[in-house]
Each structure stands twice: as structure tokens, then as C-alpha cells.
Design a protein around this ligand. Structure first.
Ligand SMILES: O=C(CO)[C@@H](O)[C@H](O)COP(=O)(O)O
Ligand SMILES: [Fe+2]
Length: 222
């Protein structure tokens, strides 16, 4: 049996009841916390930054998967390591020297992730795939929660899975945006290892059960 990692996106949580929502994730079948950091420059939205992540880290009992949607992310690698990030993803489109940035993330003891926008071809990762711990494949345009899933993602997951296998890499594929129980199984069948879900989880009447269902439906019986 192969279990898919489920990472609820805190962007869709109720910030006035953040501790309650963190405890819900702690006590659920979810595996990671997905934290979206937006700078209002790389994406047309601003989310939350260091003080909020510090508070989340104080209560979270599962790994922190931080998705940086910011320009020049090298400036903050150490700060996110100090906050307790376990996986740190930078955007391919925001890095001039991606290889150096990934080495910098690993040097701080974190897993190095690369996020790619819907228009970015997965073949651009081929020469660096062995240095990437996780590819955060955007299945919506980054910047907002609650958007519709882009169907072309299935094709990209299959292409990326081939590149990973051809290079003997251990890279995980994470899907971010518009994930629901309607597309979860198909994404995992295409080769996804991690599913991020924000509005689908926190907008549900029973988020704990929704996570449980996502986990169950994305389990592959080998
Ligand atoms: O990075 C992002 C958006 O930029 C995501 O992590 C969203 O937070 C996912 O939210 P849903 O699409 O699941 O509502
Ligand atoms: Fe994200």
C-alpha cells in the first residue's frame, strides 16, 4: 500500500481561530502543514509572514511545508529554517541561480522544493532533478486559494514522473491548487506523492472527515 501525503493549506484556515484549526490538523490524518507565503510582488496577493509562522510552529505537531511565492527568496532561507520549516519551496520563476538556492536550503537542514507555475514546462527541471527533494506543481495560478484545478496538470505529472525515474531521482511530486476528492485519485495514479488542499478542507462542514476521505481515496493498493 502506498500512502499519499496530505498537506492542508493554512491559507484557507480561519485566522481568528488559528489555534483551533491547527489542532484540527494535528488530530487528523493529515501529514504536513502547507504554509503559503506571498509577497504581493511575485504574486498579486499578500498572505502572512514570520510572526504568524512562528505562532503556527509553536502549536503544529507535524512537518511544516513552506511554499514561498516571493522574489529573491535567498534572503530568507535562514529565517525560515530558524522558524522550523521542514520543506522550503522556492519558485522556479523567481530564482536566477536555482542550483545555488537549493544548496542554500539544504545547508540549513531543510528539504529543498521547487514550485512551478502552470505555464512552466517540467522539462526545465531535467538538469537539476537530482538536487530537488520536492516539486510543488501548481495546478492553479499561484496567489489565491479556492481556484479551479487546471486539467493540463495530469499530463505534467506524468511527464515529471518519467523525468524523475529516468534520472533515478527521489524527488516527490506535490500538487497545489484546486485539489478535491474529484481529482485526488487521478493525480496519484498519474504519479503525485503529496496533495495540498486548502478550501476543500477548511471550507468543508467536517474538515477532519474530509482529510480522512482524501487520504483514503488517494491510497494506492500495490
Ligand atoms: O499556493 C497556493 C495558492 O497560491 C495554494 O497552496 C492554495 O492555498 C491552495 O488552496 P486551494 O486551491 O486548495 O483552495
Ligand atoms: Fe501553496
Amino acid at each position: 500500500m502506498s500512502h499519499t501525503i496530505i498537506a492542508p493549506s493554512i491559507l484557507a484556515a480561519d485566522f481568528a481561530n488559528l489555534q483551533r484549526d491547527i489542532e484540527m490538523v494535528n488530530n487528523s490524518e493529515a501529514d504536513w502543514f502547507h504554509l503559503d507565503v506571498m509577497d504581493g510582488v511575485f504574486v498579486p496577493n499578500i498572505s502572512f509572514g514570520m510572526p504568524v509562522i512562528k505562532s503556527i510552529a509553536a502549536h503544529a505537531k507535524k512537518p511544516l511545508d513552506v511554499h514561498l511565492m516571493i522574489i529573491d527568496p535567498d534572503r530568507y532561507i535562514k529565517a525560515f529554517a530558524d522558524l522550523g520549516a521542514n520543506v522550503l519551496s522556492v519558485h522556479f520563476e523567481a530564482c536566477t541561480h536555482l542550483h545555488r538556492t537549493l544548496q542554500g536550503i539544504k545547508a540549513e537542514g531543510m528539504q529543498a522544493g521547487v514550485a512551478i507555475n502552470p505555464h512552466t514546462n517540467v522539462s526545465l527541471l531535467e538538469d537539476i532533478i537530482n538536487d530537488i527533494d520536492l516539486v510543488c506543481m501548481m495546478s492553479v495560478n499561484p496567489g489565491f486559494g479556492g481556484q479551479s484545478f487546471i486539467e493540463n496538470t495530469y499530463k505534467k505529472v506524468k511527464q515529471l514522473r518519467k523525468i524523475i525515474e529516468a534520472n533515478g531521482a527521489k524527488t516527490k511530486i506535490e500538487i497545489d491548487g484546486g485539489v478535491t476528492n474529484k481529482n485526488a485519485k487521478q493525480l496519484v495514479d498519474a504519479g503525485a506523492d503529496v496533495l495540498v488542499a486548502g478550501s476543500y478542507v477548511f471550507g468543508a462542514s467536517n474538515p477532519t472527515q474530509t482529510i480522512k476521505d482524501l487520504k483514503k481515496n488517494s491510497t494506492i493498493v500495490l
